[in-house]
Design a protein around this ligand. Sequence first.
Ligand SMILES: Cc1cc2nc3c(=O)[nH]c(=O)nc-3n(C[C@H](O)[C@H](O)[C@H](O)COP(=O)(O)O)c2cc1C
Length: 190
Amino acid sequence: MNDALLQALETRRSVKADRLQEPAPSGAELDRILAIAARVPDHKKLVPWRFIVFEGEARAKAGELFAAACQAEEKEPSHVRLETERARFLRAPLVVAVVSRVAKRPGAPEWEQILSAGAATFNLCLAANAMGYGTSWLTEWVAYSPTVREGLALAENERIVGFVYIGTPMEKPEDRDRPKLADIVSRWAP
Ligand SMILES: Cc1cc2nc3c(=O)[nH]c(=O)nc-3n(C[C@H](O)[C@H](O)[C@H](O)COP(=O)(O)O)c2cc1C
C-alpha cells in the first residue's frame, strides 16, 4: 500500500494562481512532469492532447495577446482591465496550456479523446504537486477567445483544456467542502 500517495490524494488542493511564487519546475523536472502528464489512458493511442509551456518572458508576451484579444472582443475595455490581461500569466512563474486535439477515428469517440485530455491535465497537476509545487487548473475567458486561439495557433480540431499555473505555494490553502459519498454513490441493485 502506498500510503504517502493516498495521503497526498486525500489532502490535495489547488493553490490560487496569484499565491504561486518562484521557484517553478524547469528543465529536467518540468520534462518529468510533462512525461507523467502524457502517461494517461488514451483509447486507440491517438495522443489527443499536447502541451504549450509559457515560462519567463513568454508569459508577458501571452499577456500582450490577451490584451489585444480583450480590445478586439470587448467594448472599450478600461486601462485597468488591459493591465490585468497583460499580467494574467505573470500571476505564477510557470503556465502550461493543455490542448485537446481530436481526430476522427472509428471506435474512439470525440468525448473519449477529450476525457483523455482532462486526465492528462490532472496528471500534470498531480506530478507537479508530488514534487512540492502548487497548481491551479484554470480556463477563464482566454481559453475560449477566438483571438487567443488564433494567437496560440490552435488548429480547428484543437481546444484549450486548461491553463495550469504552477509554482511554489505562498501558504497552504484551507480545505474546502467535498461531496458526501451518500450523495454521489449508489449501488446498483436491480
Ligand atoms: C476544466 C476546468 C476549468 C476550470 N477553470 C476555472 C476557472 O477558470 N476559474 C476558477 O476559479 N476555477 C476553475 N477551475 C477550478 C479549479 O481548477 C479548482 O479545481 C477549484 O478551485 C477547486 O479547488 P480544488 O482543486 O482544490 O478542489 C476549473 C476546473 C476545471 C476542471
